[in-house]
Design a protein around this ligand. Structure first.
Ligand code: FES
Length: 259
């Protein structure tokens, strides 16, 4: 869920009735995972700094107000955390319903079908119906008079290795963080606000190819949907197996996945 803490100081807390002891600075999400409780999540990963944007990982802490995000809330000695109350389940279904209301409903023909965290989380939170009409403004280009154009924004296929489809982006920021934290490149940003926010490579007139992107693939690895996806996966599907190997070019020891 979130990166490990390096602290030697240990803290014991209680999650859903079970005591767990973890290093100080560990997130509640990670502590829960340690005892087999997987809190629903979309924007947190084991390797990227927690960001707290998707609001799926909400929990309740006895004696505290509100429903904090478990990925950005550190453990504290003696706290009692609940991850599965009726209120939390309802909140998570509501959040997921909003994501799905603004997402193409083409799972059966989508290249990420069966390997999509949005799909997995919709199932995990028990989403059955979406009550909202498709807003159809999120990723649509506006024409010159400012009216919504009834097309999803076009894909950016300029990179030879992967494709970017803005209609499937949930703005979890994982690609932007991976670009910065894994690759040390700052090729990606989030532009716009609210429904209009989306991932952008480079400046206004850039594509992925003309931006500072170095095609390392960290963003593709980080993407939880089919927004950033390898062209080979689009063409021939998800590989049956993969192996992680270490690059031999220098002594840094970067690992990559071979399929
Ligand atoms: Fe915690 Fe997204 S996983 S807010």
């Amino acid at each position: 869920g979130t990166p490990a803490s390096k602290s030697k100081q240990m803290v014991t807390l209680n999650i859903d009735g079970f005591d767990v002891t973890v290093p100080e600075g560990t997130s509640i999400m990670r502590a829960a995972a340690q005892i087999g409780i997987n809190v629903p999540k979309l924007c947190a990963t084991d390797s990227l700094d927690a960001f707290g944007s998707c609001r799926l990982c909400l929990v309740e802490i006895e004696g505290r107000n509100g429903t904090p995000a478990s990925c950005t809330t550190p453990v504290a000695a003696g706290i009692k955390v609940h991850t599965q109350t009726g209120r939390l389940k309802q909140l998570r279904r509501g959040v997921m319903e909003l994501y799905i209301s603004d997402h193409p409903l083409d799972c059966l023909t989508c290249a990420a079908n069966g390997d999509c965290e949005l799909q997995d989380m919709a199932g995990a939170v028990g989403l059955r119906d979406v009550r909202y009409e498709a807003v159809e403004t999120h990723f649509q280009a506006k024409n010159t008079s400012g009216e919504a154009n009834p097309q999803w924004l076009p894909k950016d296929d300029s990179n030879p290795y992967f494709s970017y489809d803005p209609s499937k982006c949930i703005v979890c920021n994982r690609c932007v963080r991976a670009c910065e934290e894994v690759q040390g490149t700052f090729a990606l940003t989030i532009e716009g606000r609210g429904w209009d926010s989306r991932v952008k490579a480079g400046g206004a007139n850039d594509t992925f190819l003309t931006s500072d992107c170095v095609s390392c693939g960290a963003c593709v690895q980080a993407c939880p949907t089919a927004t950033l996806i390898e062209k080979s996966v689009i063409d021939i599907g998800t590989p049956d197996k993969s192996i992680v190997t270490t690059c031999a070019y220098c002594g840094v020891g970067c690992q990559f996945k071979a399929e």
